[in-house]
Ligand binder design. Structure first.
Ligand SMILES: [Cu+2]
Length: 297
């Protein structure tokens, strides 16, 4: 076959694809988000170097033995990964303000060993880094031990760029300074949840189902991210999150006005919503009151 015929056939095939997509849009169907898979272990990420912009579902598979995040941060032009690691680790070590040139951009939240989690959000072109902000028992964040990977977001693929590709959510959880707004009673079952930051600080979300006999006060004390830097608690090792309850989903921190979508399955029982961020005053959002118990029926 001549080159010309191959080009012609390729042209017809792409025309046909366009038409099928346009018809799907006409029928009210929307393109599925692009899916990006990443794997976390102690202490590294396996993930792509570049992804297209637009609506994207990030799936984090935790193949390690500790909890890991697939937190995405966006860097201002000219900033390097080495600067990010140094400045952010120093901010954690001193409970200091997080660097202003780092935009918290969501991504998969705390994921238990052997488990996986996903979030869907809109990606703008730019320069980003995956980091795991979990601290080891010595207060050293995983990203300072190698669990950090830069990636570039290019122009959106036209097939997924349409804002109409946002998932349809049945529940909205608003992240405020410093509380959670939940727009409907949580029922047992599988739900798509839109998480939006309605505050002026970056916030994240951890959904945890309490283990029998555990209370919100146990979570408030044990999960406080500033606990290693509180003189009255630093000596006591915190109980593992697995002893407090079961992680039921969440997102890593998003900047003000951002939104992220998760799917979560609830069973009847008691859940706690937590934000693991730390405020510029050095107090954790949990210490500011950003922790809430909800009953699922
Ligand atoms: Cu918060």
């Amino acid at each position: 076959m001549s080159t010309r015929s191959i080009l012609l056939i390729a042209g017809i095939a792409s025309l046909a694809a366009c038409t099928a997509r346009d018809e799907a849009v006409d029928r009210g169907e929307t393109a599925a988000p692009n899916v990006v898979s990443l794997t976390a272990t102690e202490y590294s990420f396996q993930a792509p170097d570049s992804v297209p912009g637009g609506w994207t579902t990030f799936r984090l598979a935790n193949q390690g033995e500790e909890i890991h995040y697939g937190h995405i941060v966006q860097l201002e032009p000219g900033r390097t990964v080495a600067e990010l690691v140094d400045a952010y680790a120093e901010a954690i070590r001193t409970s200091g303000p997080r660097p202003k040139w780092v935009k918290r951009f969501g991504g998969p939240g705390g994921t238990a060993p052997g488990d996986s989690s996903s979030v869907t959000q809109y990606l703008e072109p730019g320069s980003y880094v995956w980091i795991c902000p979990i601290e080891d028992s010595g207060g050293h964040p995983h990203f300072a031990k190698g669990e950090v990977k830069p990636f570039v977001v290019g122009a959106a693929d036209p097939a997924v760029a349409d804002r109409g590709a946002a998932p349809k959510a049945g529940v909205v959880i608003g992240l405020m300074d410093f509380s959670f707004a939940v727009d409907t009673p949580l029922r047992a079952g599988r739900h798509t949840i839109r998480v939006e930051n309605a505050g002026v600080e970056p916030h994240d979300l951890v959904l945890m189902k309490l283990a029998p006999g555990k209370t919100i006060e146990d979570v408030r004390t044990s999960m406080n991210p500033e606990r290693p830097r509180r003189a009255d608690q630093a000596g006591d090792p915190a109980p593992s999150p697995a002893s407090l309850g079961t992680l039921a989903g969440g997102i890593a921190a998003i900047a003000p006005k951002m939104q992220s979508f998760i799917e979560a399955t609830f069973t009847p029982g008691e859940y706690v919503l937590i934000c693991m961020a730390t405020a510029p005053d050095g107090r954790s959002h949990i210490e500011h009151g950003m922790i809430r118990q909800l009953s699922v029926r």
